[in-house]
Design a protein around this ligand. Structure first.
Ligand code: XMP
Length: 510
């Protein structure tokens, strides 16, 4: 296992992603972790990440222990380089000429870290630093230089300590993968054994040991995370898990039936399908404020879930699909982050129900959850589906919600997805959907005047949903979607395409 200490860089998660892609397990921990804690981990190598601070400032983030206590190989990246070298006696000054973005790197000496990369041939790497090391600390040598700095990659002459000023984890850095791979396999000598099959085996053992003969409740939404949790639990403890799927009446066209079919027919787990449509819709009647909609849906969900869960005797655990980015956000150098959205979690449930949490995906990134789903032989339709918000279509019907409007939106949404799939765009975009607007416009159909609703199409590209760009879908595809919706869905006579990025917009309209 590789440990990454996070000094607050926006790229720290990327380092972890690259290492996991090389099939090596790694974890991110805050830079101020104690030596005791670190020593309890089966650590084969340590990486010090970049960070926004300057090592010259008085309150610069620093390790809570002497780095010489570490005997495994160390790699400092950017801020990590500056911290390591300053501690060893190097001189760091504000950069004369800043290096942000692409710069040319040249390998000048043999080094395990840079093996297999031709020497004296410049290649592009990504830099982002305001400080520069201008004199080497004792016992360090430079093994690569950039256009502007002579010490772009260093190593200790006798210990396995390496440092680089650039970011090998970003895709713009040529040979970045090779450099990380050299650190992992040539220097730390780890084996590439982080594979989903091993993960499944390990997790199942772990779940069995924790749960023993108790029962587990799993809230199932039909989305990829909770579905993967459910299937993993079924594999580990079979009938000891009960999935509760609540149909709130705000799902996509045929969604409830699809989820029920899939889980009750293909998997051998206890499955409770609660049709709570009337309850949700009656509470939402005449509500137009987005936050109030979300709150009503959240509270009603907890109420319905709690009622059902009480019927399950001896239930001790609540399983959730918490992912690694949520875990990192709450423990990282930056501390609990303001960007976590409380509405994305079923927070509140465990407290109210006095259940212990079971979070079998908490070490995984979203794409690893998908790999896990594949390794569990789950259907592609489930594994690669677009994210769908907990409050469902309620946040895509602007203004008050009626059954009629839900039916209209379900039809339009189904056409958007169908056409995206037909044109091979479904898997190219992060998420696409329709939004029913509380606006009527004048049109002409046949020879008659129409006065009907406007509908927006939104399609975005994103890696994590935190930031997003609108998809540049082909005009032909947009045209087909527009024609079909206007012809096939009653009460809609105008389609607009949303070209707002996030930020400043959000992905959902409410
Ligand atoms: P926003 O609208 O905040 O959405 O830009 C970012 C991502 O989160 C999804 N989303 C939700 N997911 N419960 C969820 O589970 C919610 O309440 C919720 N609201 C938004 C949204 O679809 C997008 O993928």
């Amino acid at each position: 296992m590789i440990v990454i200490l996070d000094f607050g860089s926006q790229y720290t998660q990327l380092i972890a992603r690259r290492i996991r892609e090389a099939n090596v397990y790694c974890e991110i921990h805050p830079y101020h972790i104690s030596l005791d804690k670190l020593k309890q981990m089966p650590m084969d190598g340590l990486i010090l990440s970049g960070g926004p601070a300057s090592v010259r400032s008085e309150d610069a983030p620093a390790l809570s222990f002497d780095i010489n206590e570490i005997t495994v190989p160390i790699l400092g990246i950017c801020y990590g380089l500056q911290l390591l070298t300053k501690g060893a006696g190097g001189e760091i000054v504000p950069s004369h000429a800043s290096e942000y973005g692409k710069t040319k790197l040249t390998v000048i000496k043999d080094s395990l870290l840079l093996q297999s990369i031709p020497q004296n041939t410049a290649f592009n790497v990504w830099m982002s630093h305001g400080d520069t090391l201008i004199s080497l600390p004792k016992d360090f040598i430079s093994v690569a230089s950039s256009e502007k700095i002579p010490y772009a990659a260093l190593q200790h002459i006798s210990k396995p300590i390496y440092a680089i000023q650039f970011h090998p984890e970003v895709t713009h850095s040529e040979n970045g993968k090779q450099i990380l791979s050299n650190f992992l396999f040539a220097i730390c000598k780890v084996t590439a054994d982080w594979k989903m099959d091993n993960f499944i085996e390990q997790k199942c053992e772990e779940i069995k040991a924790i749960v023993q003969d108790k029962k587990v409740i799993c809230g199932l939404s039909g989305g990829v995370d909770s579905s993967v949790v459910a299937i993993l639990l079924e594999k580990a403890i079979g009938k000891q898990v009960t999935c509760i799927f609540i149909d709130n009446g705000l799902l996509r066209k045929n969604e409830a039936q699809n989820v029920v079919n899939l889980f009750s027919k293909h998997y051998n787990l206890n499955f409770i399908h609660v049709n709570a449509q009337e309850k949700f819709l009656s509470k939402l009647a005449n509500v137009t404020d987005p936050e109030q909609k979300r709150k009503i849906i959240g509270h009603t969900f907890i109420e319905v879930f709690d009622e059902e869960a009480k019927k399950i005797e001896n239930a001790t655990f609540l399983a959730q699909g918490t992912l690694y980015p949520d875990v990192i956000e709450s423990i990282s150098a930056k501390g609990p982050s303001a960007v976590i959205k409380s509405h994305h979690n079923v927070g509140g449930l465990p407290d109210k129900m006095k259940l212990s949490l079971l979070e079998p995906l908490r070490e995984l990134f979203k794409d690893e959850v998908r790999l896990l789903g594949k390794a569990l032989a789950m259907p592609d339709e489930l594994v690669y589906r677009h994210p769908f918000p907990g409050p469902g279509l309620a946040v895509r019907i602007l203004g008050d919600i009626t059954k009629q409007k839900i039916a209209t939106l379900q039809e339009a949404d189904a056409i958007v997805l169908e056409e995206l799939k037909r044109a091979n765009y479904y898997h190219k975009v992060w998420q696409a959907f329709a939004v029913l607007l509380p606006v009527r416009t004048v049109g002409v159909m046949g020879d008659s005047r129409t006065y009907a609703k406007a509908l927006a199409i939104r399609s975005v590209e994103s890696t994590d949903g935190m930031t997003a760009n609108w998809s540049h879908l082909p005009y032909e595809l947009l045209g087909t979607i527009s024609n079909r919706i206007i012809n096939e869905v009653a009460d809609i006579n105008r389609i607009v395409y949303d070209i707002t990025t996030k930020p400043p917009g959000t992905i959902e309209w409410e």
